[in-house]
Design a protein around this ligand. Structure first.
Ligand SMILES: CC(C)(COP(=O)(O)OP(=O)(O)OC[C@H]1O[C@@H](n2cnc3c(N)ncnc32)[C@H](O)[C@@H]1OP(=O)(O)O)[C@@H](O)C(=O)NCCC(=O)NCCS
Length: 319
């Protein structure tokens, strides 16, 4: 992916510590070597042996105590917290939470939910953010779309059924990811639906319309329009017919799907039938954590670590 060269260059400019909880997995070990040798990040490989080592005992005890404090109101016992803290995924999350690492990447072995749940419970949302969601960086060989073929899509991974307010939050967060991670100078956000500008009436369309209004109220300077069909969002000739005068239609570079089913199906159609490729990053977390597909390659891990490192550099801090 062309975008990766830019992301890697940004990551190299300010080296971040990225923890890899699946530290005894072969692709992860290989990726860590490349990450270190290319200077993309400082990888920290976690293994159960590393965590249990005598010299790391004090840190494990601190994480267990802090995890208990964080989750006791939710029913976590001290014994359960001690056990969870020794699990590399939870230990890694605690490292990010406590500033001992700048970000985390996992998923070569664990499922999305296995990684998302502890991230949501421990790292939680960034200041001012209500929702964690994902942004999918999709690069198409068709350079007339988006920014030289690059489009940012959401939410294709996390929230099954966002309501209008949540959808508005996803749109604003994704525009920020497009700007800060992908370098888009002018994110142009299309709120997607099966209707363009009132061509159909349905409660599902109404939700997208309301989300567009809410997003405009949250971020009045953002170039955003909806509801729009995908063809009206991307193709100037269709936009001229279906959404004349729209500041986004025909030139969108950020696409917001109305729910997870359409988002997940949408990016897979683009990849499998359209020859596009890409990967997702999480947005809205207080510290960057990213998920891999279990079928990932060594390169995918290197790329996701680089993106995580850049997100760590852009992170909103709680002062
Ligand atoms: C994200 C997901 C893992 C949450 O799992 P869940 O079992 O529903 O978890 P819960 O609802 O118990 O939430 C766990 C915690 O995370 C919080 N949370 C859940 N979704 C959240 C979100 N999108 N943003 C911020 N916080 C969120 C909850 O408030 C809860 O916090 P608490 O325990 O402190 O009260 C779930 O929505 C999911 O599985 N999404 C789809 C993921 C997936 O399979 N994608 C496939 C494509 S790869």
């Amino acid at each position: 992916m062309k975008i990766m060269e830019k992301i890697k260059a940004k990551a190299r400019a300010s080296v971040k510590r990225i923890v890899l909880p699946e530290g005894d997995e072969a692709r992860t070990v290989k990726a860590a070597e490349i990450i270190a040798s290319e200077g993309v990040a400082e990888p920290i490989l976690l293994t159960p042996d590393f965590i249990a080592a005598a010299e790391n005992k004090a840190r494990l005890e601190t994480y267990a105590a802090d995890l208990y404090e964080l989750r006791k109101a939710k029913g976590l016992s001290e014994e359960a917290a001690a056990k969870l803290a020794a699990d590399p995924m939870y230990y890694g999350m605690m490292m990010v939470k406590e500033g001992d690492a700048d970000g985390l990447v996992s998923g070569a072995v664990h499922s999305t939910g296995d990684m998302l749940r502890p991230a949501l419970q421990i790292i939680r949302t960034a200041p001012g953010m209500k929702l964690v969601s994902s942004a999918f960086l999709l690069e198409s060989p068709r350079t007339e779309f988006g920014e030289d073929g690059l489009l940012v899509l959401a939410d294709c991974v996390v929230n099954p059924c966002p309501d209008a307010e949540e959808l508005a939050g996803i749109a604003v967060a994704t525009a920020e990811t497009a700007r800060t991670l992908c370098g888009f100078e002018e994110p142009r956000v299309a709120m997607l639906s099966f209707s363009s500008k009132g061509s159909a009436e349905h409660p599902l369309v109404e939700k997208v319309r309301k989300a567009a209004e809410t997003a405009r109220a949250i971020a009045p300077d953002l170039i955003l329009d909806g509801e729009l069909q995908l063809d009206a969002a991307l193709i100037p000739e269709v936009a001229a017919i279906k959404a004349k005068g729209s500041p986004v239609a025909g030139r969108a570079n950020v696409l917001i799907f109305p729910d997870l089913q359409s988002g997940n199906i949408g990016y897979k159609i683009a990849e499998r039938m359209g020859g596009a490729s890409g990967f997702a990053v999480l947005q809205g977390l207080a510290g960057p954590c990213n998920d891999l597909s279990r079928g990932c390659s060594v390169d995918d891990i290197v790329n996701t670590v680089a993106a995580t490192a850049v997100q760590a550099g852009n992170r909103r801090r709680r002062d």
